[in-house]
Each structure stands twice: as structure tokens, then as C-alpha cells.
Write a protein that binds this ligand. Structure first.
Ligand code: IMP
Length: 202
């Protein structure tokens, strides 16, 4: 699928989140990319910058796997809470969860929120680390709706959708609108133009 002829660069999608893996798999397969998913744990540094978190994770994963790697870091940014939980979404999900967010939002009229996704990709033939971002605007629902997807999906209604939460959508539908899908398509477009080089790279 390489625009420049030859085969596109094979890479590893590093994530322990099966929901994320499913979303990436759909998009990358549709694009004819060559990849595998590695459910490896990478240390998540505490940072207010999604890029920094994704970059550190990608470099860590490359050190372990020694193959081209992509790692994604995402967060939910709620307008009325000044962007909270943002880069700390994973911790907040584990501690207070969707119910905790609904509690914080009780009586709040402005329910606007956005998801942001940052993909970091590293391989020695394309260094430095490359970044691809995607966003989706929407709002926090009044109640939990749907059991599909993962994380905050059951309380996030995308503005461009039909009023359903991501938790009420099949992965194909979520992939039409989501932050992750937008970042993934930018990444797919770029990597499909990178040709496989037989190691040693130098
Ligand atoms: P991570 O650090 O990139 O794994 O994501 C941080 C947290 O944000 C996750 O634990 C989820 O709770 C939430 N999150 C990220 N992306 C999504 C999504 O697409 N849907 C719902 N929640 C998400």
C-alpha cells in the first residue's frame, strides 16, 4: 500500500487496552497496513502534556521491542471543569469512574467536552518521534448510556452524532467520529508512504 512502491513499514501497536486495540485494528486493516498489537505495559509518566506521555511510552516500548512502535495517549477534557480530567483521565477513571464525573457535573448546564488523542510513533529510520493528533467535540450526557466501547464512552455524546453516546455505538460508528480514529487516519496516511527498509538501517 506504499505510495512510493514497495511494502509499507511494519509496526507494532502497543496498548493494553482491548477497546483501543479494536479501534486501531479496524482502521489500520482498512488501510492495508502491516501491523501487530502488543499488549505491553508501558510506564505512564505524570505530565500535563499528552504528547510527552505518549513520547516517553513510545521510546520505552522501542527499547524493549526494538521494532517500529506506536503508542497513543488520550484524555477527556471537560470545559466546565477547566479541562479536568485531561491527561489524568486514566487515574480519574480508575478512582471515581463515570459515576464520579456525572456527580461532578450534577446541575452544571455547560456540558461541553472533548476527547483528544495523541499518537507517538518511533522507529530509527524515521526519527525523531512523530506525532499525530485527533479531537472530537461533544458533551457529557446526564446519565450513563450504553455498554459498548470503554472508559468514558457511556457518558460522551459526540456533537456530530445523532445524540447517542459512544457507549451506544458499534466500533465502526465510533470510528467515523472519534478522536482516536482521526489521529489514526493521519498516522495511516503518513506511514503508508514510508517504505520498509531491511535492517541494518544505516
Ligand atoms: P489512556 O491514558 O490513553 O489509556 O487513556 C486515559 C483514559 O481516558 C482511559 O482510561 C479512558 O478512561 C479515557 N479514554 C481515552 N480514550 C477514550 C475513548 O475513546 N473513550 C472513552 N474513554 C476514553
Amino acid at each position: 500500500m506504499s505510495r512510493s512502491g514497495g511494502r509499507s513499514l511494519r509496526f507494532v501497536v502497543v496498548t493494553r487496552n482491548p477497546g483501543k486495540a479494536r479501534e486501531f485494528e479496524k482502521i489500520f486493516s482498512e488501510c492495508g497496513l502491516r501491523f501487530r498489537v502488543e499488549p505491553m505495559e508501558t510506564p505512564e509518566i505524570q505530565s500535563e502534556d499528552l504528547r510527552e506521555v505518549a513520547e516517553k511510552s513510545a521510546l520505552y516500548a522501542y527499547d524493549v521491542l526494538r521494532e517500529p512502535v506506536m503508542v497513543e495517549d488520550a484524555g477527556l477534557f471537560i470545559e466546565a471543569l477547566n479541562g479536568f480530567p485531561g491527561p489524568f483521565s486514566s487515574y480519574v477513571y480508575k478512582t471515581i469512574g463515570v459515576e464520579g464525573i456525572l456527580k461532578l457535573m450534577r446541575g452544571v448546564e455547560d456540558r461541553r467536552a472533548r476527547f483528544i488523542s495523541v499518537i507517538a510513533f518511533y522507529s530509527p529510520i524515521t526519527e525523531p518521534v512523530k506525532f499525530f493528533t485527533g479531537e472530537v467535540e461533544g458533551y457529557i450526557s446526564e446519565e450513563v448510556r450504553g455498554s459498548k466501547g470503554f472508559g468514558f464512552d457511556p457518558i460522551f455524546v459526540p456533537a456530530e452524532g445523532d445524540g447517542r453516546t459512544f457507549g451506544e455505538m458499534e466500533v465502526e460508528e465510533k470510528n467515523k467520529l472519534s478522536h482516536r480514529a482521526r489521529a489514526a487516519r493521519k498516522f495511516a496516511e503518513w506511514i503508508s508512504g514510508i517504505r520498509e527498509v531491511t535492517p541494518p538501517y544505516e
